[in-house]
Design a protein around this ligand. Structure first.
Ligand code: ARG
Length: 571
């Protein structure tokens, strides 16, 4: 596809002594459409040219040679050069490209030959899957899809929290009272009860605590009984987690969690030992990080056992060797900012390739608040993710029942699931990930707001237009002059920007860039639809409008799919 930004950079490079790619990176998309399609700010040249930016803009404008380009005109506005692309050039370009690529429009090759690990979800075994885990699951899946569509070899890892001294306690509790609890039905709830009870007993009785420690030691040594119990807890928990993953259609390439690394920490200790940086402190072995202004990273506790951080370091070593990653993204809540800063610092001592070292990145995200206050996990006031998803589905079911009673039960179920889940996903990915999220049923299910259902509703509208028309015209039957009105052009411009939007989302690891794009596209299409009759007498006009509807339909579906939102065919 023609790259209009590059055309601009190309003519700029004739008048400014700067590399094309660098110039390209300076070009912006103006917020106000009246300012043209692209803007080039001149502030940074004031020093080199020794002139006011506005004057530089003025002078550059005079020197630019547009004749070989698709640029219609260039104007100045203060310190900016504003470029307007020939509408027909842009429209015909984007139509051609989408006709050619169809569902693959947006797919790119910039990632070919590069490996990206996305680590996401990573709940703890025998503990509830809480709302924070929902966020990592959804952000992580979106990033996974975004990188994949850019051609990266993508590896999705669920780093399960399936190891640690708490399992010694779980085993002890189960040994004592296992038969009193029905682990099959609600394993996590039941296991939690056992855990609370054994903790209580440990507080009262030091000897029980000692037995728990003993169990954990046995587990570490591979004792058959302890291992089989641990495995049972893990399997039962996974079964429950998969009820959520299946609802959300979440997949992983690997479930290697903390336990997987338990026999790989010795090597980490060895390597660190050899650097001379591993020092004793109060019986523990630590890496001092004072120079980096951080508390020390504990590698080995005084009783000899390793901790969460040690297993993360073993995972870095293993992943560098196994996947030779260019990026390893950890989608984990901001509460663990310090943890990741520490282990990334210590990872520099592991002797992994520099590209792996540089590729470690914590993709932090904010908390979820209920409109009525914080979602507390303490005091039993836990929001159960599975219940939340089921509630979303059943709320949409009620709305559909009212709006479209004529649909079959099967259709209603399908719509309720896609729209209910879509609403939750969209809400989760709508704002920049680091911001806290507000959860409010009325907002997220509003069919006219900036919501998942609104995007789906717009998609369904394009669908019914296409269905009414019957067959979609071929590109050669489209006269682009018929879609030069402002509303149509706005749609074309957004469609044209889609591949770049995906690249930006990857560059910032920010799925919300896609969310925002989808809302903009849905809004732009709705204005187009409201301003123009699509099915009309004049077949020339109709063909062009139908075609624009068709490619909007493709891109809405494709973009939503990146976020994990599926489109209902009716609504
Ligand atoms: N299991 C942890 C939790 O639920 C998250 C794990 C994050 N990933 C990691 N490599 N440390 O809080």
């Amino acid at each position: 596809m023609k790259d209009f930004k590059e055309q601009i950079a190309n003519i700029l490079t004739n008048v400014i002594d700067m590399d094309i790619q660098e110039l390209k990176s300076i070009i912006e998309i103006p917020k106000d459409e009246k300012m043209g399609d692209y803007a080039f700010p001149c502030f940074r040249f004031a020093k080199v040219f020794g002139k006011a930016p506005a004057m530089i803009a003025e002078e550059l404008k005079e020197k630019l040679e547009l004749s070989t380009t698709d640029i219609e005109k260039v104007e100045t506005a203060g310190a900016y050069l504003n470029f307007t692309i020939k509408k027909e050039a842009l429209t015909s370009e984007v139509l051609k490209e989408i006709a050619d690529k169809n569902e693959n429009y947006g797919k790119q090759e910039i990632g070919i030959g590069k490996n990206v690990i996305v680590e996401y979800s990573s709940p703890n075994i025998a503990k509830p899957f809480h709302i924070g885990h929902l966020r990592t699951t959804l952000i992580g899946r979106a990033l996974y899809n975004i990188y994949k569509t850019l051609g990266y070899n993508t590896i999705g890892i669920n780093h399960l929290g399936d190891y640690g001294t708490q399992f010694g306690k779980m085993i002890e509790g189960y040994k004592r009272w296992g038969s009193e609890y029905n682990l099959e039905e609600n394993p996590i709830e039941e296991l939690t009860k056992i855990y609370v009870r054994i903790n209580q007993l440990c507080k009262e009785n030091e000897a029980v605590l000692e037995q728990c420690r003993e169990n954990f030691k046995k587990l570490e040594e591979g004792d058959e009984y302890c291992t089989s119990l641990w495995k049972q807890f893990r399997d039962l928990s996974l079964k429950e987690f998969y009820r959520i993953y299946d609802l959300l259609d979440i997949h992983f390439d690997s479930l290697n969690g903390e336990a997987f690394y338990s026999d790989k920490t010795d090597e980490v200790i060895d390597i660190l030992e050899r650097t001379g940086k591993l020092v004793e402190s109060e019986g523990a072995k630590i890496i001092d990080l004072e120079e980096q202004k951080m508390p020390p990273c504990i590698i080995c506790k005084s009783n000899g056992s390793t901790i969460y951080a040690t297993r993360d370091l073993a995972a870095i070593l293993y992943r560098a060797r196994t996947y030779d990653f260019d990026k390893c993204l950890y989608v984990v809540a901001y509460e663990q900012n310090l943890h990741f800063k520490q282990i990334f610092e210590v990872a520099k001592l592991l002797g992994i390739p520099e590209k792996c070292q540089k590729g470690l990145e914590h993709i932090s995200y904010g908390m979820v608040h209920l409109k009525s206050g914080k979602m507390s996990t303490r005091e039993g006031n836990v929001i159960k993710v599975e219940e939340l998803l089921q509630e979303a589905i059943s709320r949409v079911r009620t709305i559909i029942e009212e709006k479209n009673p004529e649909l079959t039960e099967e259709e209603k179920d399908d719509i309720a699931k896609k729209v209910g889940i879509g609403a939750v996903i969209y809400n989760d990915l709508a704002g920049s990930r680091i911001k806290d999220e507000i959860f409010d049923w009325d907002t997220i299910l509003n069919f006219n707001g900036e919501t998942g259902p609104y995007i789906q509703y717009t998609y369904v509208r394009t669908n019914s237009v296409l269905k009414k028309v019957g067959n979609i015209p071929t590109l050669s039957e489209v006269d682009i002059k018929q879609i030069m009105d402002d509303e149509a052009y706005k749609v074309s411009k957004l469609l044209y920007s889609y591949p770049e939007i995906i690249r930006n989302a990857a560059q910032k690891n920010e799925p919300s860039i896609i969310s925002k794009f989808l809302i903009d596209l849905a809004k732009a299409y709705s204005s187009f639809y409201n301003e123009n009759k699509i099915i009309v007498e004049d077949i020339k006009v109709q063909n062009a409008r139908v075609y624009l509807t068709y490619i909007t339909n493709l891109v809405l579906k494709n973009g939503a799919h990146l976020l994990g939102i599926e489109m209902p065919e009716k609504m």
